[in-house]
Write a protein that binds this ligand. Structure first.
Ligand code: ZN
Length: 270
């Protein structure tokens, strides 16, 4: 029988250096990292070979995309992940991701995260306006229906059923947008590193996630997958199908990349 895969374990406690040594990591960044299961967080160090390589990739990719260089943070985690923090604009890369990925795969993930990064303000405004309009519309309809109802219990039922349906609808819509943005960011990653590197990166991620699930299964942990409409990331095979449907090798600037990503991604997300 083959031996169970060895999982590198991250430190089990938060080990954040004091402010003056940590390059002023914002509290919001610390909280974001902690919520993602990180056990420590620091500014990428040029003295560490893997982090130095990542800093180089960040600089190259930002030059390619013609955008300013955001703050790059590293967090300790045994799970492979990287993300762009919405409010602070920092990019965070997990140590495990750097351990398992090749240079080209890391570059593709960098392009993916930077695509989230450059779109984050516009996405936030979009969600805010959409949410406000839908809420106002819903309250108007609910008010009109309540006026038509004569019995108090009918009014209460309209409120309870309507509010529950509106809340579920809001969650489903938010997650739908999140999945559409993953497709868009995958195209961004493919445009800076090539479609092949992006697909390879997604496959490495998927492989590692399965490995972790296997390990957890051995430890008696049950893994129940959520239905597709409740997930914030699309299925890997759909992401790869999207990349194959929109092959790209390079792009000239940020605007070309944005328009290519914006036009093609939502159609696949449905
Ligand atoms: Zn993403």
């Amino acid at each position: 029988m083959p031996a169970a895969p060895v999982i590198k374990t991250a430190p089990t406690h938060w080990n954040i250096p004091p402010k003056e040594q940590s390059g002023n990591i914002e509290l919001r960044d610390r909280n974001t990292a902690r919520a993602k299961g990180a056990t420590a967080l620091w500014v990428a160090r040029p003295t560490e070979p893997k982090e130095r390589e990542l800093i180089k990739i960040l600089h190259e990719t930002c030059a390619q995309m013609q955008i300013p260089i955001p703050k790059l943070l590293i967090y300790a985690s045994s799970k492979p992940n990287a993300f762009s923090a919405t409010y602070t604009g920092s990019l965070m890369f997990g140590t495990n991701l750097l351990d398992i990925m090749t240079h080209d795969e890391v570059k593709a993930i960098m392009g993916h995260e930077l695509t989230h990064h450059i779109n984050r303000k516009q996405d936030f405004i979009h969600d805010f306006i959409e949410g406000s309009v839908l809420l106002a519309g819903y309250l108007l309809i609910r008010d009109q229906l309540s006026k038509l109802a004569t019995k108090p219990w009918v009014k209460t039922t309209i409120k309870i059923v309507g509010d529950t349906a509106a809340m579920i609808g809001d969650i489903a819509l938010t997650l739908w947008h999140k999945r559409a943005r993953e497709y868009r960011s995958d195209l961004g990653g493919a445009q800076v590193a090539g479609t092949e590197a992006m697909i390879s990166g997604l496959n490495t991620l998927e492989h590692r996630i399965r490995e972790i699930q296997q390990q957890e299964k051995h430890q008696g942990k049950k893994h129940r997958p959520l239905p597709a409409f409740l997930r914030d990331h699309p299925d890997n095979r759909h992401r790869i199908a999207n990349l194959i449907a929109h092959p790209s090798s390079s792009f000239a600037n940020k605007h070309q990349m944005e328009s290519a990503a914006n036009v093609s991604a939502p159609a696949i997300a449905r």
